[in-house]
Write a protein that binds this ligand. Structure first.
Ligand code: SF4
Length: 75
């Protein structure tokens, strides 16, 4: 429940390839599980815009319809 890494660098659009690989990130949801319903997601400018993820430092291209194995339901 506590973010592993609390710091981010969002100055440039980028993806965190190492973390994406480690957590098996994909751009599609897994059933009802998606980044938009995950407590780690940091939404972009709109509901469909790319955003960030609290546990993927520096990654600014997380899809609201993406998914990874660290998914935790937003409360
Ligand atoms: S599903 Fe994974 S990539 Fe998406 S917001 Fe949650 S922790 Fe981040």
């Amino acid at each position: 429940m506590i973010p592993v890494l609390a710091f981010t660098d969002r100055a440039f659009a980028a993806s965190n390839a190492a973390m994406r690989t480690a957590l098996q990130y994909q751009n599609t949801p897994l059933a009802e599980k998606s980044c938009s319903t995950c407590m780690q997601f940091m939404p972009g400018a709109s509901a469909k815009a790319l955003g960030g993820c609290k546990i993927m430092p520096g990654d600014t291209e997380i899809s609201p319809t993406g998914y990874c194995t660290a998914w935790v339901k937003k409360t």
